[in-house]
Ligand binder design. Sequence first.
Ligand code: SF4
Length: 180
Amino acid sequence: MGVRLIFSKMNTIIIIDWKYEFEVLGMILVSACLAGLEVRYNGTHCLHDKINQLIKEGDAITVCPELLGGLSTPREPAEIVGGTGEDVLDGKASVIDKAGNNVTESFIIGSYETLKKALELKAKLIVLKENSPSCGSSMIYSGDFNGKKVAGNGVTAALLRRNGIRVVSEEEFTWDLNKG
Ligand code: SF4
């Protein structure tokens, strides 16, 4: 479901969703790599201009679930093997890095730390980087390390949604901004 930003000022975002219902949100949490922080596994970022603008205007703060889970940059790329983020939370799938290490625990810790932050900030909207095994909210890599993607949530996106927090990807956020 999309979210269109129609007005922004310090600490307050007023949005209109597809049902045309107004809602006032508190602080927005965003994936740190979208704000230009070099926290990805390979030390790069995925700077997204609109997200960066939210940060500069004081409407959003950054979070990186994998670093919150104790991992560092650079690190081996990791993918969910045997399911989706929901399956990882339920103990039915694992997160494995390219070197074969099981990093499931770090991903789960990172997801709960992110949830804690979101609850502390009373954030109702989180914009997360698509395709990531933590942050993906529509698509994630397949677990075969071959570049293929499958439908599903990353671990953090799954936990946030289970707790009633609205998660959108940067692609969805951009699309809705463009429509607005
Ligand atoms: S865990 Fe999320 S915020 Fe951190 S680098 Fe990966 S996609 Fe970006």
